[in-house]
Design a protein around this ligand. Structure first.
Ligand code: FEH
Ligand code: ZN
Ligand code: ZN
Length: 359
């Protein structure tokens, strides 16, 4: 009996271009669940994977890209649990061991056995060494990795699993730094208002009373920040840290969410931070920060490197979207146009999140 075939955007070899190919459609066994993909986001991390030199990532090629996926349960293995066939879901993307205390708590993004998984080169999650969702179908190891989305449109749901979850996790991490009254009088700077930053602006406005100050190099990104509820937006200039300090009452901002992570964004963050403030470096821009006492960082500053998010946080950000509190700005492309979509993201001109929809 011939197996069904499907389209998939594959990483065929290190340094090669994303290839739209045809592969066998997977069949769910035991606990596995087969998802008919309805939307798959494109992330800057996909660019990092595509540009990675051989041996620098713990993944074995070839594999299908796509770690931000929404769809409908198509078939379940005999031992599968979770959403039933026909239910619309979003995929929790960090696939940990499922057994350690972090995975048991739903924090597979911080799985304690990640090094073991890397060692056997099984990858860190969907579309990251494991076959992902830039395809017609996606095989998920367990129903525990699925979150129902109800009638949320797929192109809105998919970005919540990575861009939305990562932004929500970062905001949740700095929220304790804000004054107890939910951040009233506090100021939070969002550096980089792209696929993740525009969602962080909305989540900050929805879950804190902090003044949200947006920084980007593009005017169109600042207009998106304004539409998302930022109280202030400014282009990155040599005096931007001073501008932010002044907007924050002259004492500096309580927290910085850096969605760029470059040398200039980190320098801006350090210059804008209040003593006792918090810096969350979310972007993988390759910038470096010297941590020394005494040094450039204000006293009492706390530094975090948040990565993706937890499964309970994914349920929270889906709930925010279903309430209409968070809305993803998207640019949609047909799956068959994946290479063009990836090039557009690479160009730096994408507005919001780039999403592939099977045509
Ligand atoms: C995925 C894999 C590696 C680094 C960063 C990421 C993020 O895109 C996940 O949110
Ligand atoms: Zn990502
Ligand atoms: Zn684990």
């Amino acid at each position: 009996m011939s197996t069904a075939r499907m389209r998939a955007v594959r990483m065929t070899h290190w340094g090669g271009p994303p290839a739209l190919t045809e592969v066998a459609c997977p069949i769910p066994r035991e606990d596995e669940v087969l998802i008919r993909v309805e939307a798959a986001g494109v992330c800057r991390s996909d660019l990092h994977v595509l540009d990675a030199r051989p041996g620098t990532l713990p993944y074995r090629t070839p594999f299908t890209l796509g770690h931000e996926v929404a769809g409908r349960v198509a078939e379940r293995g005999p031992g599968a649990t979770g959403p039933a066939v026909g239910e619309r879901v979003v995929v929790y993307g960090p696939w940990g061991c499922g057994l350690c205390s972090r995975c048991a708590a739903g924090a597979e993004n911080y799985c304690d056995r990640r090094a073991d998984l890397d060692a056997v080169r099984t990858g860190t999650g969907v579309g990251l060494g494991r076959d992902g969702g830039m395809a017609d179908f996606l095989l998920v190891p367990s129903g525990r990795l699925l979150v129902p989305v109800g009638d949320l449109p797929a192109a809105q749901a998919a970005p919540l699993s990575d861009a939305g979850l990562t932004a929500h996790h970062a905001v949740s991490g700095i929220r304790p730094s804000l004054p107890l009254d939910g951040g009233g009088g506090a100021s939070v700077a969002v550096i980089g208002v792209g696929g993740l930053g525009h969602l962080a602006v909305q989540i900050l406005r929805a879950t804190t009373s902090a003044q949200v100050l947006a920084v980007d190099v593009r005017e169109e990104a600042l207009s998106l920040a304004d539409a998302c509820g930022a109280h202030f937006g400014t282009r990155l200039r040599p005096d931007t840290s001073e501008v932010l300090r002044r907007r924050a009452g002259g004492i500096g901002v309580d927290a910085v969410l850096d969605f760029v992570g470059s040398h200039s964004s980190l320098e801006l963050a350090v210059g804008a931070l209040r003593a006792g403030g918090e810096l969350a470096v979310v972007g993988s821009g390759g910038g470096e920060l010297t941590v020394r006492k005494p040094g450039a960082l204000p006293p009492g500053v706390r530094l975090s490197l948040p990565f993706w998010g937890t499964r309970p946080e994914l349920e929270e950000v889906v709930a925010l979207a279903r309430k209409g509190v968070v809305r993803v700005e998207t640019e949609e492309f047909a799956l068959s146009s994946a290479p063009e979509a990836i090039d557009r993201l690479r160009s730096g001109h994408a507005r919001g999140r780039t999403v592939l929809v099977p045509d």
